[in-house]
Write a protein that binds this ligand. Structure first.
Ligand code: AQP
Length: 330
């Protein structure tokens, strides 16, 4: 087994299915940045995964580049971690095909996304096979543990099954990843619908979704209109006061405090919203400015993403070559 198999790696991808949100920043990007240096990190824009549903090619390309620029602007990449676009590393697609030749139709039919959406007319074949691409994403980098939230555990279970089946059938090739429950991240709720997660695939103009690229005015306006309640008391109580509690959680995540401890500092919802607005603008402003600089210099952005793809390619090539040889692909 290759020695890379013993190395701890952090691996995570985000599908560019919409403009990234404050939730993506607090729950993913910022945490990746904090982990840099402790582990070898591979962070990718999962552009191929966005093609399983109808899409507009022009918007898709723009979202892919803009998401790449946001990863870099948030502090990922350079000599600290590897940032790349999934489709720039063809090993992902090649490995996905080898895994499709390992997977059974029955197990792919049981995947939740396919069960929920697969019956619609015009369903793309990739909606059926994409779990093999996801398995390829993981197995290529020999990540030994994959932190997952509830909705992703079925994919990692399938990845384990495919890796084990491949190893038994063709000889020891893959590290079989362990599934570990993801550390509880701040879960940012939609400002208009506090029972729902703030989600990047919501319509672009959704008033409850704070986008990482929103201008300070838009951020202020969305937070001013955030749903609260009529009792007027600032108290942390997610059950009965979900809107106010969400605002307190956002503020706590941004200033490094706890939401219940922050509540008594505010005499009403206006001052709370003003503080949340200031904290969000202070956090996202520098990232947005760096993102805009990168988008204004496409040659530099492409150079940085190409450099990441090169490094990812070197890391992935070892496992791909081993899998090809094991399967008898000369
Ligand atoms: N609201 C959130 N609070 C905390 N963390 C969040 N993440 C997403 N939303 C929040 C984290 O971001 C990473 C990417 O997750 P995702 O692609 O599932 O993001 P999404 O915005 O929720 O995407 P959608 O709208 O469901 O669109 P699809 O799935 O179609 O692309 C993860 O680390 C997640 O925890």
């Amino acid at each position: 087994m290759n020695t890379a198999a013993t190395r701890e790696r952090d691996l995570s991808g985000i599908t560019p299915s919409g403009h990234l949100t404050l939730g993506n920043h607090l729950g993913a990007l910022r945490r990746f940045v904090q982990r840099q240096g402790r582990r070898e990190g591979f962070y990718f824009i999962a552009d191929l995964h966005a093609l399983t549903m109808p899409h507009d090619p022009v918007r898709h390309r723009l979202l892919t580049l803009s998401t790449g620029a946001l990863f870099l602007a948030a502090g990922l990449g350079a000599d600290r971690s590897v940032v790349f676009v999934q489709s720039h590393v063809p090993a992902h697609v090649e490995m996905a095909y080898l895994l499709e030749c390992t997977a059974h139709v029955g197990e792919l039919s049981r995947m939740i996304q396919f069960k929920e959406k697969g019956g619609r007319p015009g369903t793309r074949a990739s909606l059926f096979t994409y779990p093999c691409l996801m398995a390829a994403d993981i197995l290529l980098y020999e990540a030994r543990s994959v932190p997952v939230g509830g909705d992703q555990s079925q994919h990692v279970e399938l990845t384990r099954d495919l890796a084990e089946r491949f190893n038994v059938t063709y000889g020891e090739t893959f590290v079989v990843p362990e599934l570990v429950p993801a550390a509880l991240a701040a879960r940012v709720a939609d400002l208009q619908h506090p029972a729902r997660k703030m989600s990047k695939s919501a319509p672009d103009d959704a008033a409850g979704v704070l986008r990482m690229l929103d201008s300070p005015d838009v951020i202020a306006s969305k937070i001013r209109r955030a749903v609260t309640d009529s009792d007027g008391e600032v108290r942390y109580d997610p059950e009965t006061k979900p809107g106010v509690s969400n605002l307190l959680e956002i503020l706590a995540a941004l200033v490094g405090s706890d939401p219940a401890g922050l509540a008594p500092r505010f005499r009403g919802y206006g001052p709370l919203k003003a503080s949340v607005t200031d904290a969000v603008i202070a956090e996202l402003g520098p990232i947005r400015r760096r993102h805009d600089e990168l988008m204004a210099d496409p040659a530099e952005l492409v150079r940085l993403l190409d450099a990441g793809a090169e490094r990812a390619h070197s890391a992935a090539a070892t496992v791909l070559t081993r899998a090809r040889k094991a399967m008898g692909v000369a």
